[in-house]
Design a protein around this ligand. Structure first.
Ligand code: GUN
Ligand code: ZN
Length: 443
């Protein structure tokens, strides 16, 4: 083994031994105060107390020591739109008008592959700066937007999920495809990218309003080819949207049933938002293993409503849930910020989200929701070596607050409320350091 494919980091590590929604949150955490993590050929080869694991350190490998930091599994963002970076923080509209006014014009620019390449590079660099090592990403309806995204993700060696948006109605000419074109382009992208290195494909009908029943059926046909392909779409985000779907699909029992009828509700299906859903829809997600992506900053920004996280996770019929930034409706790519917003939305529904639960939704729980928990989401030997290093003293206010912290959980909570990209000291992807705040600064 050449030392070049091997690296190690040392510091306080925090990960999960159990689901904090199933056991007392404090018992779910696995904390190693002085940990050594050895990474070989893209995976974690050893993890444990420094004094014990140092014997496993190959000759010539000096661990990078992150003093006074917390090392976590890399964050996972289960719902984000890379072409929407230029319209993050766009003023004044709720969902449908926001799409028309800001999003569709921004996405039309991706007909130009140079625009897509430039944005993909910029977006993935931002994700790394935020400690996000895996994301489920919407591209645009242009296949070149997917090509540009996967090419850059592959260059970085990051495990990413992405897909071409399918839209064959209720969208501008420049963005609309047809049932056949959407099928053929998705099919070619699946053949080219699904399972290539760390890249994974998601069939991506935007939402029920912009796809005909025939296009949703065609999306189902694509999924039936291979159970390992992902599906991502939006579900019941906004009341006006829900009304429109009812009018467009009068024969369906519910919004989710529109997708279910087309064979889109299954494991590795990820539904963004699911704010205005009924019990039967949650039951169906539980039954099928479909996942929901909770996107709190987006829901607050667009005034969409408050996702009832604890209802979704009800132990009688728990639904898989991960956190999503949903940029450009979301207001930050930082999963620390997203965790903080999830806490506030839970407060609005009268519930208390523990810091360990928030971290789980952004790491191990997100991995579970994507059925990738055998590879990412926790720090353990055999897992892919995707890590982020958090600095709980990164700002003067955090430093001050940290000096008053009585426990690790208190510190973690402060990080979720006060922290953001400034707290990401380093990000490691597949065993390589792809972001180092001291080296790269704010870039
Ligand atoms: N519903 C359909 N498309 C979108 C989108 O791009 N963002 C959000 N937040 N909701 C959507
Ligand atoms: Zn979205």
């Amino acid at each position: 083994m050449s030392p070049a494919s091997c690296a190690a980091i040392r510091g306080r590590a925090i990960t999960f031994r159990a689901n904090p929604f199933e056991v007392p949150p404090s018992d779910s955490l696995l904390v190693e105060d002085d940990a050594l993590i050895v990474m070989k050929d893209g995976r974690i080869s050893a993890f444990g107390a420094y004094d014990v694991v140092k014997a496993a350190l190959p000759e010539g490998v000096t661990p990078v020591h992150y003093k006074d930091c917390l090392i976590s599994a890399g964050f996972i963002d289960t719902h984000v739109h890379y072409p929407q970076l230029p319209v993050i923080a766009a003023w004044g509209e709720q969902l449908l008008e926001w799409l028309e006014t800001y999003v569709f014009p921004a996405e039309a620019a991706f007909a130009d592959e140079a625009v897509a390449r430039d944005m993909a590079k910029h977006f993935l660099a931002e994700l790394m700066r935020c400690g996000t090592t895996t994301a489920a990403v919407y591209c645009t309806s242009h296949p070149q937007s997917v090509e540009a995204f996967f090419a850059e993700a592959e260059r970085l060696g990051a495990r990413m999920i992405a897909g071409k948006v399918l839209m064959d109605r209720n969208a501008p000419d420049a963005l609309r495809d047809t049932v056949q074109r959407g099928y053929d382009e998705s099919s070619a992208l699946i053949d080219r990218w699904h399972g290539k290195g760390r890249q994974l494909y998601a069939v991506t009908p935007r939402f029920a309003i912009t796809s005909t029943p025939e296009q949703l059926e065609a999306a189902g046909d694509l999924l039936r080819r291979d159970a390992s392909i992902f599906m991502q779409t939006h579900l019941a985000e906004n009341l006006t949207e829900v009304d429109a779907v009812r009018r467009l699909f009068p024969d369906r029992r519910s919004y989710l049933d529109v997708y279910d009828h087309a064979g889109l509700v299954r494991p590795r299906s990820v539904f963004g938002h699911a704010i205005h859903v009924e019990e039967a829809e949650l039951c169906r997600c539980h039954e099928t293993g479909a996942a929901l992506s909770h996107c709190p900053s987006s829901n607050l920004f667009l005034g969409s409503g408050a996702f009832r996280l604890f209802d979704a996770l009800d132990s009688k019929r728990p639904v898989r849930v991960g956190l999503g930034s949903d940029v450009g409706a979301g207001t930050s790519l930082s999963q620390l910020r997203t965790m903080g917003e999830a806490y506030k939305v839970a407060q609005m529904t009268g519930r208390r989200l523990h810091a360990a639960q928030a971290l789980w939704l952004a790491t191990a729980g997100a991995a579970r929701s994507l059925e990738l928990d055998d590879r990412i989401g926790v720090i353990a030997p055999g897992m892919e070596a995707d890590l982020c290093v958090l600095d709980p003293h990164a700002t003067p206010l955090l430093q001050y607050r940290a000096s008053h912290c009585e426990s690790l959980e208190d510190l973690l909570f402060a990080l979720t409320i006060l922290g953001d990209d400034r707290c990401i000291r380093a990000t490691w992807v597949g065993g390589a350091c792809v972001h180092n705040l001291e080296r790269d600064g704010g870039q």
